[in-house]
Design a protein around this ligand. Structure first.
Ligand code: NAP
Length: 301
C-alpha cells in the first residue's frame, strides 16, 4: 500500500458518499486507500444529506464538478427518478448506489448486484442454476434476488412481512424464464422446508448486526439470529451474511457449527466499491488494498 501523503489541490477530482447518516461508513478510507495505491489525484468524502434534500444534493454535485458519488441508506431509491439515465440493473432493482457524473449528466448504476456475484465468486461458489434461500426482502434483498435471478437460480425469499417476499418473487420472476422464485414468511416451518437441498443461504436482514449502542451497551442484542435454533443449518450450503460488522455474526456461528461454510458481507462491500471505482476512474480497482483498508477498521482477516 502506498504511504505517500496525498495533497488535495485545485486539480484533485472529488467523489463521495451521500447518506443519512454517513459518519460510520468505511467507504471513504476504502476508496482513498485505492486512490493512493494507484497514485491518483482523487479524493472521496462523506457527504451527509438529509432525506428531504436529495434532489438539491444531485444538482449541487453537478454544479460543484464532482465526478460521481455513492449513495447509501436511505437515498438509493430516491435517486431513481432523479438521474438522467439508469442502467438496466439499477432500473430493475429500483435503487441507485453509484452515480457517474459526466458532461452535466447523471447516470445511475447499481453495483450491489455485481458486488454480490463477485463475492460469491471469491467464495468459490457458482450461482448458475443454484438453489438459494434469501432471508429478508428489503433493499439489499432486491439486489441479491436480482443477481440470483440473472443466474437462473431457484430462490425462496422468506421475510417477516411475507407479502413483501411474495411481491419481490413475482416482480423478479420475469428477469429469467429459467429462474424459479417464491416468497413466504420468515417462520420456523418455511425455513425448515426451504433449507432442504439448498446450496446457498443469504441473510439480508440486519439481525446480528452491531449497532452503535449495542456494541457498547447491549451485548445480548448482538446474539440475535434470523435462523431458529430448532432448525439445523444445512451443512452442504454456503452462508453469505451481508452483515460485516461484526465480522462473525451469530448466524455465521450457527452455520460453521453445522459444518457449513460461511462468509460475511465485507467481500460484497469491497466489490461494489471496486465496480464504482472503475466506473469513475476507468481503472481497475486495487481490490486487495480496498479490502485491507476495511479490515484495518472492522477487524478480522
Ligand atoms: P432494509 O431495506 O431496511 O431491509 C431490512 C430487511 O430485514 C427487511 O426485509 C425487514 O423485514 C427485515 N428485518 C428487519 N428487522 C427485522 C427483525 N427484527 N426481524 C426480522 N426481520 C427483520 O435494509 P437493507 O438496506 O436491505 O439492509 C439489510 C442488511 O444488509 C443490513 O445489515 C445492511 O448493513 C446489509 N447490507 C450489506 C451490504 C454489503 O455490501 N455487504 C449492502 C447492503 C446492505 P420487513 O420487510 O418485515 O420490515
Amino acid at each position: 500500500m502506498s504511504t505517500s501523503r496525498h495533497i488535495i489541490r485545485g486539480s484533485t477530482q472529488v467523489v463521495g458518499l451521500i447518506g443519512w447518516p454517513v459518519e460510520h461508513s468505511v467507504s471513504p478510507p476504502m476508496h482513498n486507500a485505492a486512490f493512493a495505491e494507484l497514485g491518483l489525484d482523487w479524493c472521496y468524502v462523506p457527504l451527509p444529506v438529509h432525506p428531504d434534500r436529495v434532489p438539491e444534493a444531485l444538482l449541487g454535485a453537478v454544479a460543484l464538478g464532482l465526478r460521481g458519488f455513492n449513495a447509501t441508506v436511505p437515498h438509493k431509491e430516491a435517486l431513481v427518478p432523479l438521474v438522467d439515465t439508469l442502467t438496466d440493473a439499477a432500473r430493475a432493482i429500483g435503487a441507485v448506489n453509484t452515480v457517474l457524473l459526466k458532461d452535466g449528466k447523471a447516470v445511475g448504476h447499481n453495483t450491489d448486484a455485481g458486488g454480490f456475484l463477485r463475492a460469491l465468486n471469491d467464495a468459490g461458489f457458482d450461482p448458475q442454476g443454484c438453489s438459494a434461500l434469501v432471508l429478508g426482502a428489503g433493499g439489499a434483498a432486491r439486489a441479491v434476488v436480482y443477481a440470483l435471478a440473472t443466474s437462473h437460480a431457484r430462490v425462496t425469499i422468506l421475510n417477516r412481512t411475507p407479502t413483501k417476499a411474495i411481491a419481490l418473487a413475482a416482480e423478479f420472476s420475469p428477469v429469467s424464464p429459467r429462474a424459479r422464485l417464491q416468497g413466504g414468511p420468515l417462520d420456523e416451518s418455511p425455513i425448515q422446508q426451504a433449507s432442504l437441498g439448498v446450496n446457498l443461504v443469504v441473510n439480508t436482514t440486519p439481525l446480528g448486526m452491531w449497532t452503535r449502542s449495542s456494541r457498547i451497551a447491549d451485548a445480548e442484542h448482538d446474539e440475535i439470529s434470523p435462523w431458529p435454533e430448532t432448525v439445523p443449518f444445512p451443512r452442504e450450503a454456503l452462508l453469505m451474511d451481508l452483515i460485516y460488522n461484526p465480522r462473525e455474526t451469530p448466524l455465521m456461528r450457527q452455520a460453521l457449527q453445522a459444518g457449513a461454510r460461511a462468509c460475511d458481507g465485507l467481500s460484497m462491500l469491497v466489490h461494489q466499491g471496486a465496480e464504482a471505482f472503475t466506473l469513475w476512474t476507468g481503472q481497475d480497482a486495487p481490490v486487495d488494498v480496498m479490502m485491507a483498508a476495511c479490515v484495518a477498521i472492522l477487524g478480522g482477516e
